[in-house]
Design a protein around this ligand. Structure first.
Ligand SMILES: Nc1nc2c(ncn2[C@@H]2O[C@H](COP(=O)(O)OP(=O)(O)OP(=O)(O)O)[C@@H](O)[C@H]2O)c(=O)[nH]1
Ligand SMILES: [Mg+2]
Length: 143
């Protein structure tokens, strides 16, 4: 799998998605700092998206990744991604909607729209609980 860096709000499901893709048991722990998981995932704390003064750290760390993954919780009505946020990184940027097991179709559409406006393409709709969409994401990242 390509080396990815995940960026998204606090509790959007970044760490859980990493655990799922890595075939680890899902175990909640708050991400406190930038963390390498396995050989190919860079997990970041939600604070790094929510506080602008961390953007520089995200940009510097993104150098280590091949693909940036923007993560949006389908049940979250707040968009923390500025329009064209993706242009901050000189890398391909894909979008992942998480927690689709908890969301209504219109909520999933809203989350996709946030990611689209951030410049993410393509966008995957996933649940780390049911596994929905994770296979497609994994396949995409493996090519
Ligand atoms: N139902 C459901 N819950 C999820 C899903 N993904 C994550 N969660 C839950 O959402 C909560 C937050 O998930 P995390 O993966 O820790 O979120 P994070 O983005 O890593 O958060 P920070 O480390 O704070 O930035 C946990 O309680 C997870 O179990 C999902 O696809 N479906
Ligand atoms: Mg985390």
């Amino acid at each position: 799998m390509k080396k990815i860096m995940l960026v998204g709000r606090i509790a959007s499901g970044k760490t859980t998605l990493c655990q799922y893709l890595n075939n680890e048991t899902l175990e909640y722990h708050k991400t406190q700092t930038i963390q390498v998981i396995g050989d190919n995932m860079i997990d970041t704390p939600g604070e790094y998206l929510e506080r602008r003064n961390y953007y520089r750290a995200l940009i510097v760390t993104s150098v280590e990744a091949e693909v940036i993954v923007l993560v949006q919780d389908a049940t979250d009505e707040t968009n923390m991604f500025a329009p064209q946020f993706s242009t901050m990184f000189a890398k391909p940027v894909v979008g992942v909607v998480t927690k689709c097991d908890l969301a209504q179709p219109d909520e999933i559409e809203r989350a996709k729209e946030f990611l689209r406006s951030a410049g993410a393409d393509p966008i995957f709709v996933t649940s780390s609980i049911t596994g929905e969409g994770c296979e497609e994401l994994y396949t995409y990242l493996s090519i």
